[in-house]
Design a protein around this ligand. Structure first.
Ligand SMILES: Cc1cc2nc3c(=O)[nH]c(=O)nc-3n(C[C@H](O)[C@H](O)[C@H](O)COP(=O)(O)O)c2cc1C
Length: 400
């Protein structure tokens, strides 16, 4: 299998086959199906909300490459008079810098430095993009989600529900049934005064999903940020999100550097995310006792909670690490933005080149990692196939 994988890796540098999941199923007996917002996806890798999902042409290229799903850039919500409480997030800023970054543990990776925030055009322009993107997704069998940022007040102030109502109803008028919307609690909020209060952040997370669901029929996702508090608070946010009525979670958006005023990623991001997910899950597995440290008591969660991971997914191996902690898919941004020379493939869109590496790389690709989990007896085949989703659903045993 390994030499076959090495051969596929080499020959697919010129372009992926038209039906990658079928090829992988037939040849390797591996089922790549993932799940995002409760919908099945062709592969577990999708495009995260951001600067790479701002045009229908980008969504078209993602569909053609075979990505699992696409989340559009975050739009800043408005009320019927066009007033936007989160207007400071609608910053026009185009220059992005893709940079190498070394983590605290000394591992070299990549980050994107950018001073912008949300969608900087009108809601009407966003709705036009959403309409086109949904049509592309429909043709390709690829879920497409919208992403919003609406009013998040400081403690003691009511949430301006009319912003959620107006924005979500206009999105619903485009999407019809089956609308998927992520609520973005972005890392830039970490640099905002109001998120210094833990109580404020926990209230947003607890109240916003049900408020969203009151406005229109939708599948509501909560995308949690990395706050500027410790791991214990990260676990507490996760607990609040898991019991908030949200239909799915996206965990966790980038780290924030207050000194530079920018969000960042790389291995520090995935190290932190995986550490917090471990704390959450181990706490969920054991009933709390009064003598337990705060972090354990804070994380009484429904075990088996599934989610979409985000943060430094730069290989199949990292995807498997998140899946072992319950992720049914991964939302990527940075890996779709590397200099072309960093991808092993010599042809195709960035999304296609990225997918080639994520799946077929003989050492760190998803196929290689699923086969080795199978060989080690850590992932049992079902119906003759190793299923990616079985990793998240707990069928994969943790390595000794
Ligand atoms: C330039 C840039 C812009 C982003 N904009 C958004 C956004 O508008 N909404 C959002 O939810 N996440 C946004 N993100 C976060 C990404 O969706 C993703 O969750 C995060 O970058 C972690 O994934 P990565 O390590 O693969 O980049 C942005 C990220 C980058 C790098």
């Amino acid at each position: 299998m390994q030499s076959r994988l090495a051969w596929d890796f080499e020959r697919f540098k010129a372009g992926l086959p038209p039906d990658v999941p079928a090829h992988v199923r037939d040849l390797y007996r591996v089922d790549l199906t993932g799940s995002y917002a409760g919908r099945r996806t062709r592969v577990p890798f999708g495009k995260a909300s951001g600067q790479l999902s701002m045009t229908a042409a980008e969504v078209e290229a993602d569909a053609a490459a075979g990505l699992g799903f696409v989340v559009l850039k975050t739009v800043i919500g408005e009320d019927p008079s066009g007033r936007r409480a989160m207007a400071p997030w609608a910053v026009r800023e185009s220059a992005m810098k893709v940079e190498r970054i070394v983590s605290r543990a000394g591992r070299g990776g990549w980050t994107v430095t950018w001073h912008g925030r949300g969608w900087d055009r009108s809601l009407d322009e966003y709705l036009a993009l959403y309409r086109d993107a949904l049509a592309v997704g429909e043709r390709a069998g690829m879920p497409v989600a919208a992403s919003i940022k609406c009013h998040l007040p400081p403690v003691g102030e009511p949430i301006r529900e009319e912003e959620y109502e107006h924005t979500l109803r206009r999105l619903a008028a485009v999407a019809g049934e089956g609308m998927i919307v992520e609520k973005d609690f972005s890392p830039t909020l970490a640099g905002d005064e109001r998120s210094a209060s833990r109580e404020t952040v926990l209230r947003w997370i607890a109240e916003v999903p049900t408020l969203m669901k009151r406005q229109a029929p939708l599948t509501a996702g909560v995308k949690l940020m990395n706050a500027l508090h410790g791991d214990d608070f990260q676990v507490e946010m996760l607990r609040a999100a898991a019991t908030s009525g949200a239909d799915f979670l996206v965990l966790f958006n980038r780290l924030f550097d207050p000194a530079r005023g920018v969000a960042y990623g790389g291995w520090d991001l995935s190290d932190r995310n995986l550490r917090v997910l471990d704390a959450y899950r181990s706490a969920a597995a054991h009933p709390p006792r009064p003598s337990d440290p705060y972090v354990i008591r804070a994380s009484r969660l429904p075990p088996g909670q599934v989610f979409t991971a985000t943060g430094n997914i730069c290989s199949g191996r990292v995807m498997v690490e998140y899946a072992r902690r319950g992720a049914t898919s991964g939302a990527l941004h940075t890996f779709f933005q590397l200099p072309l020379s960093e991808y092993p493939a010599a042809a195709g869109s960035r999304s296609a080149r990225a997918l080639h590496a994520l799946l077929f790389e003989p050492d760190s690709g998803l196929i290689a990692w699923m086969l080795s989990l199978g060989e080690a007896g850590l992932l049992e085949p079902r119906d003759g196939l190793l299923h990616f989703l079985d990793i998240a659903h707990g069928a994969a045993r943790p390595p000794a």
